[in-house]
Design a binder for this molecule. Structure first.
Ligand SMILES: [Zn+2]
Length: 395
């Protein structure tokens, strides 16, 4: 499991995200396969020099030595790694007569994945390996890197993921428009004209309730102590630590769910993402105490921001649409009423649909300025957040 991540910019114009990974049998096997391939390359190269006085070209070497365990391009990268070391030795040799050529064998070596072997699916980075070998899957809440490298830091593995500063805009597969309703009960509900997808917010609410519980419990303990005393400060530190951890978990959920949302939309050919504008909360449901409302606004703001920049990476456009009455209006006849229960049932025309999907349908409809929806629509699909897992598609 990745335990930390940070990004840095390199001189070459790449942004690199670093992720620490604890050793696993799979990581060890990959690093070993790369080391074994590197060693075969070293041996073959110098043997050919010795026996035939010939320097084999990288292309010939790549044809000669391959690996079953590694992706074909990852195997090529190992061979290329040897030639890079060779080149740097020839350069150093000009100024340093003691420079040593790359003779050493390696038990382990770094593994690289090129873009052909890199995918991001439902909150996971999926790195393909040789045919018949399981891919390396890492929980992931960022965009698709152009190059990934697995290295050893001395204490553990490190996954280095490079992004080009100027990411090329990925090709769009369609010109659909989707409405997105950001909410409290659900993080987001998306509707693309046919399909409705619900991104659950239950885990998020649970975390938030736990957050309030910690605050209340520690505040009660602290109230019995002298402010600023040693015990008091100790509790203060513990409170901050626990709340920080929860903050990270909340952000993790938001990242995974918004990544799942954006890739779902992209996969169904969406070009324009219409987000309901909730900045004006008047006329909307009562969220209870002011504090809850503030948190709700903060989360939807965060979600909107994440969706906006992630959609941008896919080349999608994000627009805001005033969402007044979108949860109350009947998508078929325009009649307004406050729905009760899980099903929106229009008393005027009899239209029935899962209540949570109505807002997204209407947001899309309002933006397109299109008339009432006609025909039957598929009932919504739910995407639940799972810790350390792909976002699972469930009813
Ligand atoms: Zn109706």
């Amino acid at each position: 499991m990745p335990s930390s991540s940070n990004t840095s910019k390199t001189k070459s114009g790449y942004e690199v995200r670093r992720l620490h990974l604890e050793p696993t049998p799979q990581l060890d096997a990959l690093a070993q396969a790369a080391g074994e391939l590197y060693t075969r390359t070293v041996i073959s190269f110098w043997r050919t020099v010795r026996k035939h006085g010939q320097w084999l070209k990288p292309s010939a070497m790549m044809r000669w030595h391959t690996s079953d365990q590694l992706h074909a391009h990852s195997a090529d990268a190992v061979v290329q790694g040897f030639y890079a070391a060779l080149k740097s030795w020839r350069k150093r040799r000009k100024t340093d007569p003691h420079a040593k050529p790359p003779y050493r064998r390696r038990r382990y070596s770094r593994v690289q994945w090129k873009s052909s072997a890199i995918r991001v699916r439902y909150g996971s980075l999926v790195l393909s390996n040789g045919r018949g070998n399981a891919p390396l899957v890492v929980p992931w809440s960022w965009g698709v890197p152009v190059l990934v490298e697995l290295g050893w830091t001395g204490t553990g593995y490190e996954l280095r993921c490079a992004y080009r500063d100027m990411d090329p805009v990925p090709e769009l597969v369609g010109d659909e428009t989707a409405g997105v309703d950001l909410g409290e009960i659900h993080l987001a509900v998306a509707h693309d004209g046919q399909r409705t997808t619900i991104f659950n917010g239950r885990e998020l609410r649970a975390k938030r309730q736990y957050q309030n519980k910690i605050k209340a419990a520690l505040a009660a303990k602290q109230s019995r102590l002298k402010k600023g005393s040693r015990r008091w400060r100790k509790l203060q530190r513990s409170k901050r630590k626990q709340l920080q951890k929860l903050d990270h978990q909340v952000r993790d959920i938001l990242h995974k769910q918004t990544t799942a949302l954006v890739s779902t939309l992209h996969a169904s050919g969406v070009q324009t993402v219409v987000i309901g504008d909730v900045r004006d909360l008047r006329g909307r449901v009562d969220y209870g105490p002011a504090a809850n409302q503030r948190i709700h606004q903060m989360v939807t703001g965060q979600v909107r921001w994440m969706v906006t920049y992630k959609a941008g990476r896919f080349g999608m456009r994000v627009v805001l649409q005033d969402e007044a009455y979108t949860s109350q209006e009947c998508p078929r006849c325009g009649h307004r009423h406050k729905p009760r229960g899980r099903v929106y049932a229009c008393p005027a025309c009899g239209f029935r649909f899962h209540r949570d999907g109505v807002g997204a349908i209407n947001i899309r409809r309002k933006y397109l300025g299109s008339g009432p929806v006609v025909g039957a629509m598929a009932s919504p699909t739910g995407v639940r957040w799972q810790p350390h897992q792909h976002a699972r598609v469930a009813r």
